[in-house]
Design a protein around this ligand. Structure first.
Ligand SMILES: C[S@@+](CC[C@H](N)C(=O)[O-])C[C@H]1O[C@@H](n2cnc3c(N)ncnc32)[C@H](O)[C@@H]1O
Ligand SMILES: [Zn+2]
Length: 335
């Protein structure tokens, strides 16, 4: 944690100012504090700084699967590491923001291992990112040394920040994984400054038969992350080999291979050139990401539109996009 983050923090319990309790002598404002604690000037609550990250929750709560997932696969979706532009395309298609945002203050809710954090940092803006789970440790390792990043571990439902600060807020791939998606969205809005913009994406609820994952999830969401990972890591690479062989059978092969529900054998047609080893890992991650979360609540576009209206936002846009529904809106400017 950099002491500069203190300018933005507020106690999640009572909204008062937070102070550095340890170390007793604050380092220069850009230097990282590896461990210590924060204390609230109002209610006296203390919050530890562990492995350079202030922690405002005592555990990952319902998001433990995500902590496991992003620490197990910290770089598999990072454009920089995978040498592709998958996250970049989704970030800009969803936000529509300019590539340079120097002088702006951005808030990212639910950063995971930081695939979108990378894009936000590259704009030159000052970025504050957080996640409920220990995924923040993966994000920290991925972006160690970024002078314009502040990270902490906290819940969307008790954000330890001063309200009305941010010119832009983004929350991608998170809302459907919260116990109450509408409440999760509404909890972000007060942090926008007047004229500021919020962008989210959320899974879309289909009117037809739910996808296969929703038939399996009642069992898998109750498994421990370690047990589910062991099952998937043992079976998916084998299923991949089998699918490859079936696919190679002349004539019916490619059609028959489609019955093995692990997605395509190559992503080259969308510009993603994984090695076979990477591709197997991508498939394990993607199955884990579908089957492990405690909550997975897709939404209808008309309901998302209503959330934005109820929040008093203007210039609302809702449409279908990369991850289901993309939505954005602005807080009305101050008079
Ligand atoms: C599917 S991951 C997406 C992570 C990242 N945005 C991405 O797209 O790679 C969902 C993330 O939301 C986080 N999350 C779930 N509930 C949250 C909450 N109440 N507050 C903050 N983060 C939460 C999880 O811990 C997890 O890292
Ligand atoms: Zn307090």
């Amino acid at each position: 944690m950099k002491t500069r983050l203190l300018e933005y923090l507020a106690c999640p319990a009572c909204s008062s100012t937070l102070r550095l309790a340890e170390p007793a002598t604050p380092p220069p404002s850009d230097q990282e504090i590896d461990r210590g604690s924060l204390t609230c000037a109002g209610c006296g609550a203390t919050y530890p700084i562990v492995r350079s990250i202030p922690r405002f929750v005592a555990s990952d709560m319902y998001a433990a699967s995500f902590g496991f997932q992003w620490n197990k696969f910290p770089t598999l979706q990072l454009d920089r590491e995978m040498n592709n532009d998958l996250s970049r395309r989704r970030f800009y298609a969803t936000t529509g923001w300019p590539q340079r945002l120097e002088g702006e203050l951005l808030l990212e809710a639910g950063c995971g291992s930081g695939r979108f954090t990378q894009l936000a940092l590259e704009t030159g803006a000052e970025v504050i990112s957080f996640d409920l789970s220990s995924a923040v440790d993966a994000a920290w390792k991925n972006h160690k040394g970024a002078t314009n990043l502040h990270l902490f571990q906290a819940s969307l439902l008790a954000i330890p920040l001063r309200k009305g600060l941010f010119s832009k807020i983004f929350c991608l791939g998170v809302i459907q994984h919260c116990p109450d998606p509408k409440q999760a969205f509404l909890s972000l809005v007060p942090f926008l400054r007047p004229g500021g913009e919020i962008v989210i994406d959320v899974y879309q609820k289909t009117r037809w038969v739910p996808s296969l994952k929703y038939w399996v999830r009642p069992v898998t969401r109750r498994m421990s992350p370690e047990a589910l990972y062991r099952v998937l890591n043992a079976t998916i690479p084998l299923a991949f080999e089998l699918k490859k062989r079936i696919h190679a059978v002349p004539g019916v092969g490619p059609k028959l291979a489609q019955l093995i529900p692990i997605g395509p054998l190559s992503h080259a047609n969308i510009g993603l050139h994984y090695t076979e080893g990477e591709l197997k890992q991508v498939k394990v991650l993607s199955a884990f990401d579908m089957l492990s979360p405690k909550y997975d609540a897709p939404q209808r576009i008309e309901d998302v539109q209503r959330w934005f209206e109820e929040a008093g936002l203007v210039e609302i846009e809702t449409r279908f996009g990369y991850n289901g529904i993309n939505a954005k809106g602005k807080r009305p400017p101050a008079n």
